[in-house]
Design a protein around this ligand. Sequence first.
Ligand code: GH3
Ligand code: MG
Ligand code: MG
Ligand code: MG
Ligand code: MG
Length: 314
Amino acid sequence: MTALLFMAHGAAPRSRILIVDDDVGTIRLLAQVVTGLGDVVFATGGADALAAARDESPDIVLLDAEMEGMNGFETCAALRLMPGMEGVPILFITAHNDAASEVRALEAGAVDFIAKPFNARIVEARVRTHLTLKQRSDALLRLATIDGLTGIANRRQFDAVLVQEVRRLARGTAPLSLALLDVDHFKLYNDHYGHQAGDDCLRAVARAMAGTARRAGDLVARFGGEEFAVLLPGCDPAQARTMAEGLRRTVSDLALPHAARPGKGHVTVSIGVATMLPPLAGTEAWTSHANTLVADADRALYQAKARGRNRVAG
Ligand code: GH3
Ligand code: MG
Ligand code: MG
Ligand code: MG
Ligand code: MG
């Protein structure tokens, strides 16, 4: 675990530091202080800061309190609610050095509070600490959600996103489709080429699928073993079948040799598709609805296998 964290830490890209202040002189000063810790981006107001957070995905935000328009406390609260910003530390650096302001900042979701005039070495040390913690929590999040072999989402992440999408289905009007894929005669592949080559094959299949299902909201996950799941929000049954057919063809077109496969000389997948249409009856039973969708897709997958493999059913 420690070794993995260390590797993830070592491989981390350069940090991005967002400095928000309505005084350009302060921005310049702070930028000098933290320049050794990452790449600096800046914003001169609250609205500007929200746009920068969305476009630059910063790893830390240094935030002024007193600004024209949206003040720092409002900006902090808004940043906290932005998707993707949940784990990003926000550090106030402000001339308000009273306890009430500090409490207000912490309540708005800040992790730290430094009063102006600031000591450069203290700011640098604290920013360094928060960036290290951020990198560690990013590494843990990767370990918890990404499949180690293929680099796509793991089963835990799939389960979590599936329940989230089912909840959304209860409120919305768009359908939710799921494709379950299983590599055909994969046991024979391992027997013939060896387990290492089998792993390489799974990586290649995962990469090909991730390159195919890439609309916003699509999730490609390793469901387990040589099975993959592709969640397709917004796809009705016909669209899901088209999508699945594209996935099937993409894998077949890789033309990965599989000399031991009966009937065909290359790697193929069978795919089962299922769709859930809103509104859902029996509200709140999200997990049970999710299980139903998976069971339907699994049944269709079984049919695809029974009908001769390398095909889509459902
Ligand atoms: P079918 O066409 O009916 O799906 O046949 P199959 O041989 O693919 O199905 P079966 O379930 O019998 O075998 C699945 C194989 O997948 C067996 C298992 O060793 C292999 N497998 C599962 N996970 C991994 C993995 O991470 N790496 C490798 N190399 N093989 C794996
Ligand atoms: Mg100010
Ligand atoms: Mg299987
Ligand atoms: Mg099987
Ligand atoms: Mg299989």
